[in-house]
Design a binder for this molecule. Structure first.
Ligand code: 5GP
Length: 211
C-alpha cells in the first residue's frame, strides 16, 4: 500500500528565496511533483509555458475557475494565479508529494479544503527587509514600479506567518534547504502517514506468538 501524497505548501514574501529552495527540493527528491500554476501575468525572460506557469489570458483563466478546475485561486499583484486541481489529485493517488509555491491566500484555501489534513505548510522569511529588497533588485527582472509594489505587499504577506505549520528564516540557502529536508523527512514518518504500519505490527505480534 502506498501512502497518500502530501501537499507541501511554500509561501513567503517575494524575494525570500522560495523559488530557489523549491528548485533545490525538487533536485533532491525527483519523486516530488511541482504544482505548475496558471497565471494571467506575462512570462518573464526564460519562463516557459507549461513548465514555470500555464500562461493564460483572463478569459481562459476564469473559464478554468468556472469549470471547477482550480484547487484554489487568488489575485496577486493585480494578476490572477491558481492551482489546477487534476495534477494534484493524480499525484496524491500515486502517493507522490506535491510542492506548491503559492501565496498565503492559496495556502489558506487549500488548508481549509477537504485536503487540509494532507497539507504541510512552510513559511519562509528573509533575514531582514533590507536583504529582501536587495534580493528583489538582484533578480534584475522587474521594473522599479513592480519592485516597489512587491515591497509594499511583503509586509502583508509576512503578517500571515502564524498560519503556517513551520517557519524558517532563509539566512543561508544551504541551511534553509537542510531545514526543509528535515521537515519533509519527519512529516513523511508520521504514524498516520505510514499505511503499512498496522500490518507490520501484526506480523511482529505473530512472531511473538510463534515463540
Ligand atoms: P511570481 O509572479 O513572482 O511568479 O509570483 C507572485 C506570487 O504569486 C508568489 O508569492 C507566488 O507564490 C504566488 N503564486 C504563484 N502561483 C500561485 C497560485 O497558483 N496560487 C496562489 N494563490 N498564489 C500563487
Amino acid at each position: 500500500m502506498t501512502r497518500k501524497g502530501l501537499l507541501i505548501i511554500l509561501s513567503s514574501p517575494s524575494g525570500a528565496g522560495k523559488s530557489t529552495l523549491a528548485k533545490r527540493l525538487m533536485a533532491w527528491d525527483p519523486t516530488l511533483k511541482f504544482s505548475v500554476s496558471a497565471t494571467t501575468r506575462a512570462p518573464r525572460a526564460g519562463e516557459q509555458d507549461g513548465h514555470d506557469y500555464f500562461f493564460r489570458d483572463r478569459a481562459a483563466f476564469e473559464a478554468m475557475v468556472a469549470a471547477g478546475d482550480m484547487l484554489e485561486h487568488a489575485e496577486v499583484f493585480g494578476n490572477l494565479y491558481g492551482t489546477p486541481k487534476s495534477p494534484v489529485e493524480a499525484a496524491m493517488h500515486e502517493g507522490r508529494d506535491t510542492l506548491f509555491d503559492i501565496d498565503w491566500q492559496g495556502g489558506q484555501q487549500i488548508r481549509n479544503s477537504s485536503l487540509g489534513k494532507d497539507v504541510v505548510s512552510i513559511f519562509i522569511l528573509p533575514p531582514s527587509i533590507a536583504d529582501l529588497e536587495s534580493r528583489l533588485r538582484g533578480r534584475g527582472q522587474d521594473t522599479e514600479e513592480i519592485i516597489a509594489g512587491r515591497m509594499a505587499k511583503s509586509q502583508s504577506e509576512i503578517s500571515h506567518w502564524a498560519e503556517y505549520d513551520y517557519v524558517l528564516v532563509n539566512e543561508d540557502l544551504d541551511t534553509a534547504e537542510d531545514e526543509l529536508k528535515t521537515i519533509l523527512r519527519a512529516e513523511r514518518m508520521r504514524r498516520d502517514r505510514q499505511p503499512g504500519l498496522t500490518d507490520f505490527i501484526r506480523n511482529l505480534n505473530k512472531e511473538f506468538d510463534a515463540r
